[in-house]
Design a protein around this ligand. Structure first.
Ligand SMILES: CC(C)(COP(=O)(O)OP(=O)(O)OC[C@H]1O[C@@H](n2cnc3c(N)ncnc32)[C@H](O)[C@@H]1OP(=O)(O)O)[C@@H](O)C(=O)NCCC(=O)NCCS
Length: 155
């Protein structure tokens, strides 16, 4: 996989991104409904606040994807406008794993952040992927971050 390229996804990649997402869902045991590829491609194309990188083999086959929602704060008189990312998917096809593509996709996303004034990236790490994220510099957030979950509160 040394010759695989990492590049920013473009509108023409909508179905490649959808197909990789479908593979991830299937691997997790989900039943994929008919029309999923079209629905995902349409939603991805319509989402302007999103950044996506693809890993591609030299013959053009999609090998992996990382995609993240971009959140932009509103103007404030107390602090400059800032942007941060929530990674919703990092996936590499099973036959291409273990060769560093996941790390390269994450690295491309991190470089994009530096170049585009994005200050923070957050994600939910699957236990098996934790070492990958830690090597890339990810760490638990500070003690002040809290979250509220409907299912925890309204049982
Ligand atoms: C996570 C994933 C993208 C890594 O891709 P990759 O190209 O193999 O990554 P790299 O070669 O750069 O790094 C290997 C690291 O991936 C992680 N990893 C390996 N197999 C994995 C698996 N089946 N599931 C999740 N993470 C895995 C480990 O952290 C591994 O490092 P280690 O060998 O030191 O433990 C890929 O395994 C995958 O798509 N898994 C299924 C989807 C998933 O779990 N995504 C992450 C959700 S948070």
């Amino acid at each position: 996989m040394d010759d695989a390229a990492i590049r920013l996804a473009e509108p023409r990649d909508a179905f490649a991104v959808a197909a990789l997402t479908l593979q991830d869902d299937r691997e997790c045991g989900a039943v994929v409904e008919p029309g999923f590829l079209d629905r995902h491609a349409d939603a991805w194309l319509a989402d302007r606040a999103r950044v996506t990188f693809l890993a591609e083999a030299s013959d053009g086959r999609p090998l992996g994807v990382v995609t993240a929602a971009v959140v932009t704060t509103l103007p404030s008189s107390r602090r400059p406008v800032s942007r941060w990312l929530h990674v919703s998917l990092l996936f590499v096809t099973a036959d291409a794993r273990g060769a560093g593509l996941g790390a390269r996709l994450l690295g491309a996303l991190q470089e994009w952040c530096v170049a585009n004034g994005v200050s923070r990236v957050q994600l939910n790490a699957a236990p098996r992927a934790r070492t990958l994220y830690e090597r890339a510099g990810f760490a638990p957030p500070g003690d002040d971050r809290l979250e509220w979950r409907v299912e925890r509160d309204r049982r």
